[in-house]
Structure formats: C-alpha cells, structure tokens
Design a protein around this ligand. Structure first.
Ligand code: MN
Length: 195
C-alpha cells in the first residue's frame, strides 16, 4: 500500500486535505462516503484497509436498492485521516470543489469464517475483484458487494446492495446532510464564498 499517487496529485501548501500518512483504526475497520462537488458531482466511497482508504468514485452515488448497480471507479488510495475531511479544495487544485462527509461507520467482511486476519481476507478479495462486506453506517447499512468489471476497463467496478432487510427503493441520497457537521454541500459552498 502506498500513498505516492495521492501525494503526487496534491500540493499541501494550497489544499487543506490531509497529508499522506499510514494509520489504522484501533478496533473495527472504518468506512466513509464523501459527497464531492468537483467538476462533476460524485460520491467517494472509501474502505479502510492496511492503513489507507481504498477509494472509489461513484458518479450516481450509492443505492440501497439491489437492482440499482452503481458504477464505481477505483481511484488512488487516500490517507486514513481523509475520513474527517470536509471543506473546500481551492480552484487550481486536484479535485477542486466542496466535500462533505456524507456517511461514515464501520465495516466487516460478509463471510464470517476465514483463515488468518480480516484484512488479509479483504486484500485477497480485492485482488480477485470481488469484495462483500457489511456496512454499519448512519445511512448505509447492511450487506454490499463491489465487483470488478472483467475486461479492458481496469478501474471500473460496480457497487451493489445485497437483498437483505436494509434493502429499500427509497432514495438514500435525499439524506443530503453531513453526518459530522449537518452541513449540506450548498451550505458549505455559501459559507466559503463569504469568507
Ligand atoms: Mn472525489
């Protein structure tokens, strides 16, 4: 795991995003979903693994409906501390635009029995291009899978909700506030425009 790509894309004297640092949760693995109004609005889905946040950009955002498979483009690993990043990335920087922490919580692999450590199991599944896990978030709950497209598109995956008691066709994205500050993207944008 390396954060070189993350650092190469950013200039830390002009963005408030956290610097590259490998760091782990004390207990359960965490996940975070950030809503990011960059050149195109998207949601960044991040799973802690091995001291970094494995990251996917989801243009349409996650869905709680098992029939709505959402395209998820794997992007560079982000540092663990990115889980708390909320604010505006200034113009001229990579990913310029406003970010809120749309959801967060902990996650576990779906499979209960595996040899060795939880993280080794997840790493193997990631390498094989099929990861199933249970999210305990404030918005996203229950079992999901990330499945890699077979073929040319190296970074293209699908995020799929499993049919379980948490599955619903209610639009989860209507819950548009930050889980850490209650801000919406719009309220944060207005605030940074004034300052
Ligand atoms: Mn993003």
């Amino acid at each position: 795991m390396t954060l070189d790509k993350y650092s190469q894309k950013r200039n830390f004297s002009s963005t408030a995003e956290p610097e590259a640092e490998i760091k782990k949760s004390q207990n359960e693995l965490i996940f975070v979903v950030q809503k990011h109004a960059a050149s195109h609005l998207h949601y960044d889905f991040r799973l802690e693994l091995d001291g970094v946040l494995k990251s996917w950009a989801i243009p349409k955002g996650p869905s709680m409906n098992p029939e709505e498979k959402r395209l998820a483009i794997m992007v560079e690993d982000h540092p663990y501390n990115y889980k708390d990043f909320e604010g505006t990335i200034p113009e001229g920087n990579y990913g310029a635009g406003t970010v809120i922490v749309w959801d967060n919580g902990t996650y576990t692999p779906s499979e209960e029995k595996y040899k060795g450590s939880v993280e080794n199991k997840l790493k193997e599944d990631l390498d094989e291009g099929h990861l199933s896990f249970i999210l305990k978030g404030k918005k996203l709950k229950g079992e999901f899978s990330l499945v890699k497209f077979k073929g040319k598109q190296d970074n293209a995956w699908l995020l799929i909700k499993k049919d379980d008691p948490y599955a619903t066709d209610d639009d989860i994205l209507k819950k548009d506030k930050s889980v850490i500050s209650n801000a919406t993207l719009e309220s944060l944008e207005n605030k940074s425009a004034k300052s």
